[in-house]
Design a protein around this ligand. Structure first.
Ligand code: NAD
Length: 490
């Protein structure tokens, strides 16, 4: 397959993302013969390294993925290194020559993928240089893969987008949202559109509310400098959380292709009820972790972390209620919550169905439990359906039961990593699981209104949740005011 022939240029090739995710993912594709033998990679970073040293770092980073030393050796031989400060204009000419040579020697048909795995302030300048120094003058395809964050707000995202668009057209831009590469996030679509029993119920007549939780146990680690300016709203809600909501809420696309799916997602974002000013307090709650314990380990408060202001007003937790004002979803809250240093590491979606019209079993010791469909995204992957069934024995007592499907247990093999799938998609030219500019712009304009209030009002309750808990009280109250509660995700 000709499409998989390409020169891949990774900017930031000595960085954490490249080592932990990109090289191992490329290797797994290579090992599965999903990468043609005609490929070459140029790693770009500032540090001076020889090709040999760079290839050694590739071998080290894929060792955990395989024991096949010959294959690893062969894989690493495709990697080349260019030491280059991306802010230094002179160095792009050398990079171009190197690219052209590899293009010839590996017969890459002029196909090029530029992967920006670097700090976001470099995204725009690199894109401009790629154009002005002729690296994007190719006879084959050219694609830009760009990491998050895509801007800091709508204004800066627009500016970045304009810079990128001087060199690449919209359909050549692959904006990574690695949640969209996750197996079970991709499964949302299949569960909805391949089953007769869900889609007819997938609306405000039968669903009472939807809860999306993405909790981490880690704190801010060494990313204090970045996180202080970002916070959970920008880091998680603007992209991953809103993307999951869009996939849950979109209309069935007429076809499963990039344009159709994206345009349905965009319609959801356009129907998202804007929340601004005073109203924010009714729809959103923010939190910041204090001291606490996780797994018997005492942990510091956010404000004690390195590179964090001791009076920081940055939120490490967000809970929100999103309303989608269209026919399908009018009246159904989509609750989201995400945070650091929480009790458990878990990404889960709970779809709570409405109560049956009349409860015949109310005499029994407990109230009937509502039906729930739970989609486990990570770390477990699977689906659980909560039903009520007859309790064994005499009498007519109902008892809750669970139908459980665990992805890993059944398949018996590791599901591919998000980055592996996304890199493969990009090489084949399938942009379905990447975010379109319209989606990015609409989500920023939604979260910007919230940031505007939060940044201008100091939350005096911070820190308002202990490390190792599920967030501040306000997050529970958000649901209590509607008569709901968070279903446990542990
Ligand atoms: P990092 O700091 O570990 O690596 C940065 C890389 O950029 C290094 O290779 C460094 O040498 C290079 N670099 C820095 N300044 C340079 C310059 N002027 N010229 C040339 N090279 C320069 O960063 P990272 O964690 O790998 O993250 C990269 C991007 O990926 C960021 O946008 C980040 O938000 C995103 N991201 C990272 C992760 C992750 O797990 N690390 C996850 C999701 C998204």
């Amino acid at each position: 397959n000709d499409n998989q022939t390409a020169l891949i240029m990774i900017f930031g090739a000595t960085g954490d993302l490249a080592k932990r995710k990109l090289f191992p993912s490329l290797y797994r594709l290579f090992e599965k013969n999903k990468l043609s033998n005609k490929f070459a990679v140029i790693g770009v970073a500032r540090r001076p390294l020889t090709n040999e040293e760079f290839q050694q770092s590739i071998k080290d980073s894929v060792k955990s993925a395989s024991e096949n030393e010959d294959r690893i050796e062969e894989f690493a031989s495709h990697f080349y290194y260019h030491s280059h400060d991306v802010t230094d204009s002179d160095s792009y000419a050398t990079l171009k020559n190197m690219a052209n040579e590899l293009d010839n020697s590996y017969e890459l048909n002029g196909n090029r993928i530029f992967y920006l795995a670097m700090a976001p302030e470099f995204f725009g300048p690199i894109a401009l240089h790629l154009k002005s120094d002729g690296l994007t003058d190719v006879t084959g395809f050219k694609r830009l893969v760009i990491e998050k964050p895509f801007g800091h707000d709508l204004e800066s995202a627009k500016e970045l987008n304009n810079q990128i668009r001087t060199a690449f057209s919209e359909d050549e831009v692959y904006r990574i949202d690695h949640y969209l590469g996750k197996e079970m996030v991709q499964n949302i679509e299949v569960i909805r559109f391949a089953n007769a029993i869900f889609e007819p119920l997938w609306n405000n007549r039968f669903i009472s509310n939807i809860q999306v939780t993405s909790s981490e146990t880690l704190g801010v680690e060494e990313r204090g400098r970045y996180y202080e300016k970002s916070g959970a709203l920008r880091d998680m809600v603007q992209n991953h959380m809103i993307q999951m909501v869009a996939l849950l809420a979109m209309e069935p696309p007429i076809r499963l292709n990039t344009e159709e799916i994206r345009s349905e997602k965009v319609k959801v974002l356009r129907a998202l009820r804007p929340v601004e000013g005073e109203e924010i307090h009714k729809y959103f709650a923010r939190g910041q972790y204090g001291e606490g314990t996780i797994n018997n380990q005492s942990l510091p408060a956010y404000r004690q972390e390195t590179m964090v202001d001791p009076n920081s007003n940055t939120e490490t937790f967000v809970a929100g209620k999103l309303m989608i004002d269209n026919f399908r979803w009018a009246g159904v809250p989509f609750y989201i919550r995400t945070g650091k240093r929480m009790e458990t590491k878990s990404t889960k979606i709970v779809i709570q169905f409405k109560d049956i019209p009349m409860n015949l079993y109310y005499q029994t010791e407990q109230q009937l439990k509502p039906n729930l469909l739970v989609i486990h995204i990570q770390p477990e992957e699977g689906i659980t359906l909560h039903l009520n069934a007859k309790k064994a024995g005499t009498g007519m007592e109902a008892t809750p039961i669970k139908l459980n499907y665990a992805n890993k247990g059944i398949d018996g093999l590791n599901t591919p990593e998000a980055y592996e799938k996304l890199l493969y998609d990009c090489m084949r030219g399938d942009a379905t699981n990447f975010t379109h500019w319209d989606e990015v712009a609409l989500s920023w304009s939604f979260t910007d209104k919230i940031s505007a209030v939060w940044e201008n009002t100091k939350d005096k309750s911070f820190p308002n949740y202990a490390s190792g808990t599920m967030g501040p009280k306000a997050a529970d109250e958000l649901l209590e005011q509607d008569g709901f509660f968070w279903w446990p995700v542990t």
